[in-house]
Design a protein around this ligand. Structure first.
Ligand code: ADP
Ligand code: MG
Length: 222
């Protein structure tokens, strides 16, 4: 294989650390691929795998769609939450992998009567990382909101009077409970999807197809 062919055959997979990385390992394994480096113990951002032609780049969860959109990564795994905020431009989304499952919810401090505030037509201050999704949710319900964009630790906002409510991801509810917050509205179920760069799908089809097929058959069933 000459240099140009080799470059053409190189694949880059974009993942984020934590749940998505952990839940993607069994899918890689199903495709016969093992990680050589572990992102939790290594500071490397480009990780080698047992397949010399597949590298994994570790990026922030919200940056995964951007790397794939611009073709810096050929494919990636991203949460529905992140994909809705990104918009999905330039991305092919073949399968829901049903990994990193959680839900997006509205939460308030215990004792705050959310339903009553909504009934009264009060204008609510809502802090969230997910402004697009939150805007659509409250618009659909006809609730007036002022959205405050945060980048993390949404749970703090109602406790210090920054907002009346938050829109955040919940799995066990442990973090909400630990901070005297309660879930008052379920917005949507969230899981992670496989995303593929549209040009890579055409140009690198032969290399990508078996990996995508293995992911699909190993994906957690609906
Ligand atoms: P960051 O800290 O960079 O914002 P997280 O590691 O918290 O990102 O989340 C990355 C992705 O994992 C989210 O986009 C979401 O799809 C998923 N996720 C977040 N929280 C949970 C959770 N509690 N349970 C399962 N999946 C989650
Ligand atoms: Mg987090």
């Amino acid at each position: 294989m000459n240099q140009a062919d080799r470059e053409n055959q190189q694949l880059v997979l974009a993942l984020s650390k934590g749940r998505i990385f952990e839940d993607t390992l069994p899918l890689l394994k199903a495709a016969g691929i093992e990680m050589v480096d572990n992102p939790e113990s290594s500071r490397k951002l480009i990780l080698e795998t047992s397949d010399p032609l597949l590298r994994v780049v570790i990026v922030r969860a919200t940056d995964v769609p951007t790397y794939v959109q611009y073709g810096a990564a050929d494919f990636g795994v991203a949460g529905k939450d992140v994909l809705l905020e990104h918009g999905g431009e330039g991305l092919y989304q073949p399968i829901d992998l049903n990994i990193a499952q959680c839900r997006m919810s509205v939460a308030v401090q215990k004792g705050f009567d959310y339903q009553n505030a909504v009934r009264q037509g009060a204008r609510l201050r809502v802090a969230t990382k997910f402004v697009q999704t939150a805007r659509e949710h409250f618009a659909r319900k006809g609730v007036h909101v002022d959205l405050i964009k945060l980048y993390g630790s949404m749970e703090l906002a109602p406790l210090v009077g920054l907002s009346d409510a938050i829109v955040d991801l919940v799995s066990t509810g442990g973090t909400l409970r630990a901070n005297n917050l309660e879930e008052v509205e379920h917005i949507m179920d969230v899981s992670s999807r496989l995303i593929v760069n549209q040009a890579a799908l055409k140009m690198k089809r032969e290399r990508l197809a078996p990996i995508l097929a293995a992911f699909e058959s190993a994906a957690v069933k609906g």
